[in-house]
Ligand binder design. Structure first.
Ligand code: MP5
Length: 258
């Protein structure tokens, strides 16, 4: 790719002219990325000190996220006839169903309701993804997919590097930090690089904006489940519905998890 000497967007030069698009996007997002993989939720999960309440809030919101995310993935798939992309995204959609099964099993075992409203962050994030995949170009939607998956992998890989595969969260850590998931994320990066050659600076800048927005939402997602940020009480529609598992319904499981 030839880049004009006088650049309007300095991020293109972050890693030198021979860097791939995926490398440049990651370099542009580095400060938010570092804050995300070092978020207190991640630190406490790795240390085994994360409260059950916060973990369950993550289960609830991630279940809602993933349920919407599969529609996003299906929209990305609908934008291309690339055989390799079809093969990978179809397999990914099957894996997502398995993942939703893990959430359902945990929720039923621990009496954690899954029919909770999305938090403002989760709502904004999934709406952003669905809008990009509905209205944006294929490359834009694919950039958002790469960002979301890579961000999740790096968070869980960080937890794994710090804590190993042990304790109450081992199954969850393994799910998003396995070698298989690592290969999937590498494939996403190389496919993004393959489908975005010779882009103009305005087009690259749009990909950058999408990438950074997804990364910001990833940070916000962790922050929200950690802090318990919800819609302000006066804006809640169904005040009867508990957003969190009731202490009554949790009884016997408490002692076994952090
Ligand atoms: C993913 C996720 C990864 N589960 N949750 C958030 C907030 N971001 C990314 O998606 P998947 O389908 O679990 O790989």
């Amino acid at each position: 790719m030839s880049i004009p000497k006088k650049r309007a967007f300095t991020w293109l030069a972050v890693k030198g002219d021979d860097a791939t698009i995926s490398e440049k996007l990651l370099a542009a997002a580095r400060p938010i990325w570092e804050a995300t993989v070092d978020h207190p939720f991640v630190q406490e999960m790795a240390a085994g000190t994360l409260s059950q309440k916060k973990f369950d809030r993550w289960v609830q919101q991630d279940f809602r996220f993933v349920s919407a995310f599969r529609r996003f993935v299906a929209l990305v798939l609908s934008k291309t006839e690339d055989d390799d992309v079809h093969t990978h995204l179809r397999e990914f959609l099957v894996a997502i169903e398995t993942e939703l099964g893990l959430f359902r099993a945990y929720a039923s075992e621990n009496d954690v309701p899954l029919d909770v409203p999305m938090s403002p962050a989760c709502q904004g994030y999934t709406d952003f993804l669905l809008a990009r995949a509905s209205l944006g170009a294929y490359e834009e939607a694919f950039t958002a997919l790469f960002a979301a998956e890579k961000a999740y992998f790096d968070v869980w890989r960080t937890v794994r590097e710090r804590s190993g595969l042990q304790g109450a969260y081992a199954m969850w850590i393994e799910n998003w930090s396995s070698d298989g998931f690592s290969e999937w994320v590498v494939w996403l990066a190389s496919t993004l690089d393959r489908i975005t050659p010779n882009r103009s600076e305005p087009e690259l800048n749009e990909l950058r904006n999408i990438f950074l927005t997804v990364v910001r939402y990833e940070y916000l997602f962790w922050d929200t489940v950690y802090e318990g940020d919800d819609w302000p009480p006066s804006t809640q529609i169904d005040k009867e519905k508990a957003h969190e598992p009731t202490s009554q319904s949790r009884k016997a499981h408490r002692g076994t998890k952090p």
